[in-house]
Ligand binder design. Structure first.
Ligand code: C2E
Ligand code: CA
Ligand code: CA
Length: 406
């Protein structure tokens, strides 16, 4: 274990390390020495429930949740302890390999669940102390369900259960279709339609997103070529594809994306790489490099869900960005909430100053479309114009496009 950033604490024989009922913010790994664990039931006299030596963990409830200490622990020899704070633990967990992260989360969920059940059964939560309880579970927790979905998703990719739908993105000034966003769809043979809102975060955690993104890029480029051909367009429309931070962190992301695009015969500038504002904020340095390389290879960059990540608008100068997509929540609220309207206005004027195109997402009402057009917003996407549909439907839509009125 890398303990280089973990602080050490020393206790003399007889010292109290933690007290039952007090708030705890750290767990400890015993590096040297021995401790004794005492528990007091309903305020009665302390009772010893065991001792622990080097290599064991004590006070772990502090990193499971914010419950008070469940036992009093005293050093019975001079001790050296490695402190793991809640913050340190969450930080390490965020950085962990996806399998490790998921397994740890399952164990923590079970641990919490076990305590809740002992409480429901009318037992005192402090008795027996967690340290003394055997972990044995058969029930499925959310985390176990997630692992199941992650496994099923990997097979679904191989078995062609995953497909793409395409949602038109309109030029607001001409009311014509400029491009599409590719959105993943999963039709499970038994469970039916599963929302990307559920399976994408799970695929991101399990690592399956890498194969999914490769599939999405390849399939949507081939589809764009077919759509253009059948509807009588040539290299005019764009295809926007969603990518996650794992894609950006993967080796040779740009090189392999470029190869896929070239094979499909789509021009790189027709491909819009969509990443969220959050990704940009969380990994600014890595993202900057990858985005620069995407740009060099001719691809276009769009920032998704803009306005939700609390980045300052001037921050965007640092990145090679072509398009900003205003998050749906602001469009939904624009006529009810002055702040949302102000944010939309400032994003549009920022776009003009920085020569970026602005897309408003989630346009459902005619009134929203009219206002956005009047404000000078370049493009829009939403149920008012068209829902995401299959390749066949989107081709037919394009062939018989009737300009919406707004
Ligand atoms: P997103 O990238 O923000 O995509 C837009 C979502 O808004 C889509 O939901 C779309 O169907 C929905 N939408 C479009 N217009 C309207 C509207 O007028 N009203 C409302 N209420 N919703 C509208 P969907 O398809 O369920 O996807 C949800 C999220 O899942 C996406 O949000 C994206 O974050 C993720 N996702 C979907 N496909 C992919 C993919 O291929 N790769 C990755 N990494 N993420 C994906
Ligand atoms: Ca998107
Ligand atoms: Ca979005």
């Amino acid at each position: 274990m890398d303990t280089s950033k973990t602080s050490k604490k020393k206790f003399k024989s007889g010292d109290t390390i933690m007290r039952q009922g007090e708030e705890g913010k750290s767990a400890y790994i015993i590096e040297k020495g021995r401790v004794e664990i005492f528990v007091s039931k309903n305020g009665s006299k302390e009772q010893s429930v065991g001792t622990r030596g080097a290599g064991t963990l004590i006070g772990e409830m502090a990193i499971v949740d914010n419950a008070p200490r469940t036992a009093t622990i005293r050093a019975i020899e001079d001790c050296s302890l490695l402190e793991i704070t809640q913050d340190d633990f969450s930080r390490r967990l965020q950085l962990a390999d996806p399998v490790l992260k998921m397994t740890t989360q399952i164990i923590l969920t079970r641990y919490r669940d076990m305590l809740a059940r002992s409480e429901l059964a009318g037992n005192n939560k402090n008795w027996p102390p967690p340290e003394a309880i055997e972990l044995s579970y058969t029930e499925q927790t959310d985390a176990v369900k997630n692992i199941k979905i992650a496994n099923e998703f990997s097979s679904a990719l191989k078995n062609n259960e995953i497909s793409l739908h395409y949602q038109p993105i309109l030029n607001l000034q001409t009311a014509t279709i400029s491009g599409f966003e590719a959105l993943m769809r999963w039709e499970h043979p038994k469970k039916g339609f599963i929302s990307p809102g559920i399976f994408i975060p799970i695929a991101e955690e399990s690592g399956a997103i890498l194969d999914a993104s490769r599939f999405a890029l390849q399939e949507s480029c081939l589809a764009l070529k077919r759509i253009e051909h059948r509807a009588g367009y040539k290299d005019e429309l764009f295809m926007s594809i969603n990518f996650s931070s794992a894609d950006f962190a993967s080796e040779d992301f740009v090189g392999s994306a470029y190869k896929t695009i070239s094979k499909s015969d789509v021009r790189p500038k027709q491909v819009h790489i969509e990443i969220t504002e959050r990704l940009l904020m969380n990994q600014p340095d890595d993202a900057k490099e990858t985005l620069k390389m995407c740009r060099k290879a001719g691809m276009s960059i769009a920032i998704d869900d803009f306005g939700t990540g609390y980045s300052s608008l001037s921050y965007l100068h640092q990145f090679p960005i072509d398009t900003i997509k205003i998050d749906q929540q602001f469009v939904r609220d624009m006529h009810k909430n002055e702040n949302s309207m102000a944010l939309i206005k400032s994003i549009i004027s920022l776009g003009k100053n920085m020569k970026m195109k602005i897309i408003a997402e989630g346009v459902e009402e005619k009134e929203e479309a009219t206002t956005l057009k009047e404000l000078g917003c370049d493009m829009a996407q939403g149920y008012y114009f068209a829902r995401p549909v299959s390749e066949i439907d989107v081709t037919n839509l394009l062939k018989k496009w009737e300009k919406p009125i707004f």
